[in-house]
Design a protein around this ligand. Structure first.
Ligand code: ADP
Ligand code: MG
Length: 368
């Protein structure tokens, strides 16, 4: 059993460490989307309204185990103070190499003077880091409300989805995500691939991809996935057209063969229409990863079209991933989605494996 907040017993007067995921998108020290901070508020309020003192802790970016002013928690702390006055926030956990190294001494320092631990950092639960797996070894622990909802929705998708169940994948963290595609084929009826991820697949089909982002050492994996998909009758839908910049830096539209030096930055209008038809006809859709470099207006159309289909479809819709959620917010479509997950990698891994290191740790807590 994974303990929930009720399993903590009376929290009045207790000091509770809440592992949050405040890994917010930032631009020059300014938070561009505070979704992840707002998402932690229900758990924080649950605890403070029952008399607990809440100390939050999170990572931000990839500071490589030492203090780095670019990844200071100060902007997050300022926003948190507006949304939840009196709640503490520790400095970036990844300023200490013990966080990612899962060092017991670092975990011990985090829980010094702490009475109970709550994990509400779904976006970090797929990592066996000190702040995720350390505290539940010794402290009464629980999943926060956000984590609880994530687990319910994503395990629900895995265990009893309405079919057809389609996964739409994109974004730029290609090698991170390719690992899960194979087992996703066990769970879904079809895959739709856009974003930078599509180019390694197109390359595996022997198509020239110009100077687009791709992972040469993943071509074999993609070829194998295409073969598996064909053998099992579970289609992998790839773009039929691409937009981007030609070698001279001019906006250009292509089919699926890109000339030398051309860079693909979005799926084309034909692909966007085809992908949105697939989303409209599905009964369950899981989407992770933008269809293009949507931060640039010239390359936002593919992501916008698919996002609109996600909003319009009658299917049960789940979106995972920081940038995917930011895209939805930018298009003001986030309210039209059934569940916007705060975790990209974590949501994929939970769909794939049905468990995460952080959940296993909570199951082993003394109060579980
Ligand atoms: P998420 O955070 O939703 O899991 P990722 O972090 O994997 O998604 O990827 C998001 C990033 O992918 C965005 O910043 C977007 O600009 C980038 N991206 C999408 N398509 C392309 C592309 N064709 N070329 C380069 N970058 C891309
Ligand atoms: Mg991202």
């Amino acid at each position: 059993m994974i303990p929930t907040l009720d399993d903590l017993g009376d929290v009045a007067g207790k000091r509770v460490l809440v592992r949050t995921d405040f890994n917010v998108p930032m631009d020059d020290g300014v938070i561009t989307d505070d979704f992840r901070i707002r998402a932690a508020l229900p758990t924080i309020q649950w605890l403070t309204s029952r008399g607990a003192t809440v100390i939050t802790a999170s990572h931000l970016g990839r500071p490589k185990g030492r203090p780095d002013a670019r990844y200071s928690m100060d902007p997050v702390r300022a926003r948190l103070a507006e949304l939840a006055p009196g709640v503490e926030l520790l400095e970036n956990l990844r300023f200490d190499p013990g966080e990612e190294g899962n060092d017991p001494a670092f975990a011990a320092s985090l829980i010094d003077g702490i009475d109970a631990y709550v994990d509400d950092a779904f976006g970090a639960c797929h990592r066996a880091h000190a702040s995720i797996v350390g505290p539940p070894r010794v402290l009464p622990s629980a999943m926060g409300l956000l984590l609880q909802k994530e687990v319910e929705v994503l395990l629900g998708l895995r265990e009893h989805p309405k079919r057809p169940f389609v996964a739409v994948l994109g974004g730029s963290k290609i090698s991170d995500k390719l690992g899960v595609v194979e087992s996703l084929l066990n769970v879904v009826d079809a895959l739709v691939i856009g974003g930078a991820m599509c180019f390694t697949f197109l390359a595996a089909q022997g198509k020239p991809i110009g100077a687009s982002l791709w992972e040469p050492d993943q071509v074999d994996t993609c070829a194998r996935l295409l073969a598996t998909s064909a053998a099992r009758g579970k289609p992998i839908h790839l773009p039929e057209d691409i937009v981007g910049l030609d070698a001279g830096g001019n906006f250009a539209t292509y089919g699926t063969r890109l000339p030398d030096g051309a860079k693909g930055f979005d799926i084309g209008p034909g692909s966007a229409a085809a992908f949105s038809d697939i989303v409209m006809d599905a009964r369950t859709v899981f989407w992770n990863g933008p269809m293009g470099m949507f931060e640039d207006d010239r390359f936002a159309a593919g992501t916008r079209t698919v996002a609109q289909a996600m909003a319009d479809t009658k299917a049960f819709t789940v979106v995972g991933g920081g940038d995917s959620a930011a895209a939805l917010a930018q298009f003001r479509l986030d309210d039209e989605i059934d569940h916007v997950s705060t975790g990209g990698g974590a949501s994929l891994e939970l769909l794939e494996l049905g468990d995460l290191p952080g959940l296993a740790a909570l199951r082993g807590a003394p109060n579980a």
